[in-house]
Design a protein around this ligand. Structure first.
Ligand code: DOR
Length: 435
C-alpha cells in the first residue's frame, strides 16, 4: 500500500487540481488533504509513504496509438521493451497497432499480443486489430471474433483504406462491436512517393512532397461515411487544418467522431526538416507552421480530443538511409511527455489539466479502456511527475530497442519519476523519498 503525500494532484474527471494526498493499493482508496491514520488500515505493515511535495500526480497516460513491432521486427521493438519504455514514459495503458509482420488480423495474434503484454509487466497492452486482412484494403477481418478475443479498436494504420465502400462496410461492422475504427487518413494516389509535406520547404530540399490534401480528403470522406452509417470513427495523427475542419464539422453534426494529434505535429513543422536528420520523417509528414497552429488551437479548445504518441521505432540502419528512402516514424515513449511539457505546458500553451484530459481521461473514455481517473475504487494507474527532473536522452536508462528520436543526446526536462499500474510500481526514476 502506498501513501503519496503533498502531491499536486490533477484529475480532470473529478475536477481535482490541488495539493493533496493519495492512498492506494491496487485501487485508489482515498484522496484528500492530510490523510490521517484513520484512512490507513492499521494492520497493514507494508505501507510506503512518499513525500511528493513539488511533484504532480495524475492518472497514468493512455496512449491509443503505438507500434510495438512484435511479431516480425523484434529487432526494432518487442512487446516487452515497448511496454516497459511506455511505462517509463508515464503511459499505463497503450494500444498496439496491427501493422506487424504478420498483421494482427486473426484471433491467435490478438491473444498473443494480450499475453505478451501481460508478461511484460510494463504498461497495460491492448491490441488494435486490423480492419482488412493483411492490411490489403480488401477483405474485412472478422471484427466480432477479434473483439471477443480482446481487440479494443480496429485500424489499418500505416496505410489508408483506399476504397470508400470498404471503409463504409468497416465502419458498419465495427459499430456492432462498439469499438472505434481508427482511420489513417492517407490517399495513396496523392501521397505516392512523397517524403515530407509539399510546400516551399520540400521544393527547396528537392524532396517529393505529400500534399495536405492527401490527409484532408480522406478525413472528410470518413466523417461523411460515419455520418451515413452511424459509425464510431477516430481520426489518427491529424496534421492538416482542413482535416481539423472536417472533425469540427462532424462533431457539430452530431457524428460519432474523435481525433488525435501527435506531439511531433505540435512541436515541429516542415521548416525544421533537413536532409541529414531522418528522425523527423513521419507519416503524416510534419505540417506547415500555419497548420501546426491550427492543430494546437484545436487541441486546446477540445476539438481534437486527445494526444497520442504514434511511437514508431525503427532500426538505425534504416533511418541512416537518405531522407527519401528512410522509413517514416518517431520513437516517442520516453521523450513525449518531457517534450510536451517543455514545448507546450511550460510556455502556457496547454494547462496541466488540459494535458491530463487529453492524454488520460479522453482516450480512456473514448476507447473504453482502463485508466483516465483517480476515483476511489479505480485501478491505481498513477504517474508521479517531476517538472524539474532533467535528463540527457541516451545517457542513462533507455528501454526502447530503437533510438530514432530527434531528442537523442539532448537535455530534456519534466519526467515521470514513478508509475504504478494497478498499484504495482513499474517505473521508478528514483528521486522518490520513501519515508
Ligand atoms: O510515421 C509513421 N510510422 N506513421 C505511420 O502511420 C506508421 C508508422 C510506422 O509503423 O512506422
Amino acid at each position: 500500500m502506498w501513501l503519496i503525500k503533498d502531491a499536486h494532484v490533477v484529475d480532470p474527471a473529478q475536477e481535482i487540481d490541488r495539493t493533496c494526498d493519495v492512498l492506494f493499493d491496487n485501487t485508489i482508496i482515498a484522496i484528500g488533504t492530510d490523510l490521517s491514520d484513520k484512512d490507513i488500515p492499521d494492520d497493514d505493515s507494508s505501507l510506503s509513504i512518499v513525500n511528493a511535495a513539488g511533484k504532480y500526480l495524475f492518472p497514468g497516460l493512455v496512449d491509443v496509438h503505438t507500434h510495438l513491432r512484435e511479431p516480425g521486427r523484434e529487432d526494432k521493438e518487442d512487446i516487452a521493451s515497448g511496454s516497459r519504455a511506455a511505462v517509463r514514459g508515464g503511459f499505463t495503458t497503450i494500444l498496439a497497432m496491427a501493422n506487424t509482420q504478420p498483421v494482427i488480423d486473426n484471433r491467435g495474434l490478438v491473444e498473443f499480443v494480450l499475453r505478451q503484454g501481460e508478461r511484460a509487466k510494463g504498461a497495460r497492452v491492448l491490441p488494435v486489430a486490423a480492419v482488412t486482412m493483411g492490411l490489403q484494403g480488401n477483405e474485412l477481418v472478422n471484427m466480432a471474433e477479434l473483439h471477443k478475443a480482446g481487440a479494443v479498436a480496429f485500424s489499418d494504420d500505416g496505410r489508408g483504406i483506399q476504397r470508400a465502400q470498404t471503409m463504409l462496410l468497416a465502419l458498419q461492422y465495427a459499430r456492432l462491436t462498439g469499438c472505434p475504427l481508427i482511420s489513417h487518413c492517407e490517399n495513396e494516389s496523392l501521397a505516392a512517393g512523397g517524403s515530407m509535406r509539399r510546400g516551399p520547404r520540400s521544393a527547396r530540399l528537392g524532396l517529393a512532397g505529400i500534399p495536405a490534401s492527401a490527409e484532408s480528403v480522406m478525413a472528410a470522406r470518413d466523417v461523411l461515411l460515419a455520418q451515413e452509417c452511424g459509425g464510431k470513427l477516430h481520426l489518427a495523427h491529424l496534421s492538416t487544418a482542413a482535416a481539423v475542419l472536417a472533425l469540427r464539422w462532424g462533431k457539430q453534426q452530431g457524428i460519432d467522431v474523435s481525433g488525435e494529434v501527435n506531439p511531433h505535429h505540435l512541436i515541429f513543422c516542415d521548416d525544421d526538416i533537413g536532409l541529414t536528420d531522418t528522425s523527423l520523417k513521419v507519416n503524416p509528414p510534419l505540417p506547415s507552421a500555419a497548420d501546426r497552429d491550427v492543430l494546437l488551437d484545436a487541441l486546446a479548445d477540445g476539438s481534437i480530443d486527445m494526444l497520442a504518441t504514434d511511437h514508431a521505432p525503427h532500426a538505425w540502419e534504416e533511418k541512416a538511409q537518405p531522407f527519401a528512402e528512410a522509413p517514416f516514424g518517431i520513437n516517442a515513449f520516453e521523450t513525449a511527455l518531457a517534450a510536451v511539457w517543455t514545448s507546450l505546458v511550460k510556455p502556457g500553451k496547454l494547462s496541466v489539466a488540459q494535458l491530463v484530459r487529453a492524454w488520460s481521461l479522453n482516450p480512456a473514455r473514448r476507447f473504453g479502456v482502463t485508466g483516465g481517473s483517480l476515483r476511489v475504487g479505480d485501478p491505481a494507474d498513477i504517474v508521479l511527475f517531476d517538472p524539474d527532473h532533467a535528463e540527457v536522452i541516451g545517457e542513462g536508462a533507455w528501454l526502447s530497442k530503437s533510438t530514432n528520436t530527434p531528442y537523442w543526446g539532448q537535455k530534456m526536462q519534466g519526467f515521470p519519476v514513478a508509475a504504478w499500474v494497478g498499484g504495482e510500481l513499474r517505473a521508478d526514476r528514483s528521486g522518490m523519498r520513501i519515508l
